[in-house]
Design a protein around this ligand. Structure first.
Ligand SMILES: [Zn+2]
Length: 256
């Protein structure tokens, strides 16, 4: 049994134990306090290693769907194309996420325009349901998940590596001339709660249940996502994700 299998088995046993405890607690316990404590800061740095980031603004109008670098629409509160008020969520996020969900996003590029990617932090509000299983949103947006795995990224100054779930996606589309083409992209993510970190949606759910039951609290969980394009048949994007995530991770830690 290799380490990945051991981890998967461990996670499954933990989930089963937590679910059993949840069933017990539903019967015998009441009173769970929401806390405002989050495990990270809701802020993305301007610079991550040699990547430079700019803020993105979105038009909430589904028919328009425009997105802009903040520098393109400096000083303007409305979409130049359709006049709708610009915000930091795209139409899908605005329609799916509760209004008190925190969200920050930046578009990062390396010198020469290399390794362009979007980084997003979503922080759940009072309604703890804001964070969904990402696979559902991706397939709803027309993507096929071609491959999926957890990568372990070494972090400077910490023994435990950072686990990140990476989805390789393919989305068929029609070019303006009617011919078929495929867009290849990746979506990488992990979850952070107070003193908790996991790339697994089910482990996160189990931790939430555990904290509710044994500590009587529900913390705000955050979700960190990195997205970009990839070349089909190449694993080069995994190195890009590892480089970026290992440099971003220390910048997200809360000051003690
Ligand atoms: Zn618009």
């Amino acid at each position: 049994m290799d380490q990945t299998q051991t981890t998967a088995l461990g996670a499954r046993l933990f989930v089963i134990a937590a679910l059993a405890a949840a069933a017990w607690a539903l019967v015998f316990k009441t009173g769970v306090a929401n806390t405002d404590e989050a495990g990270i800061v809701l802020h993305l740095p301007e610079q991550v290693a040699d990547w430079s980031g700019v803020d993105l603004l979105f038009c909430p109008n589904r028919e328009c769907g425009a997105q802009y670098a903040a520098t393109e629409v400096e000083g303007r509160a409305a979409c130049p194309r359709c006049g709708a008020p610009l915000g930091n969520m795209n139409w899908a996020e605005r329609s799916m996420l509760p209004a008190d969900t925190g969200l920050v996003r930046k578009y990062y590029v390396r010198p020469g325009g290399r390794d362009a990617l979007n980084a997003t932090i979503v922080l759940s509000g009072d309604d703890r349901s804001s964070i969904h299983r990402p696979q559902v949103c991706m397939t709803a947006a027309g993507n096929e998940i071609a491959d999926e795995r957890t990568i372990r990224i070494p972090l400077a100054g910490r023994d435990a590596p950072l686990d990140v779930r990476v989805l390789d996606m393919a989305r068929p589309y029609k070019r303006p001339d009617g011919t078929s083409a495929t867009a290849y992209s990746y979506y990488a993510y992990w979850f952070v709660g107070k003193d908790r970190e996991t790339a697994s949606h089910i482990v996160r759910m189990a931790w939430m249940g555990y904290d509710r039951i044994f500590h009587g609290v529900s913390h705000r969980w955050a979700y960190i996502a990195i997205a970009g394009t990839r070349s089909p048949g190449s694993g080069a994007h995994l190195q890009t994700i590892a480089d970026f995530a290992s440099q971003l991770h220390p910048a997200l830690l809360k000051p003690e």
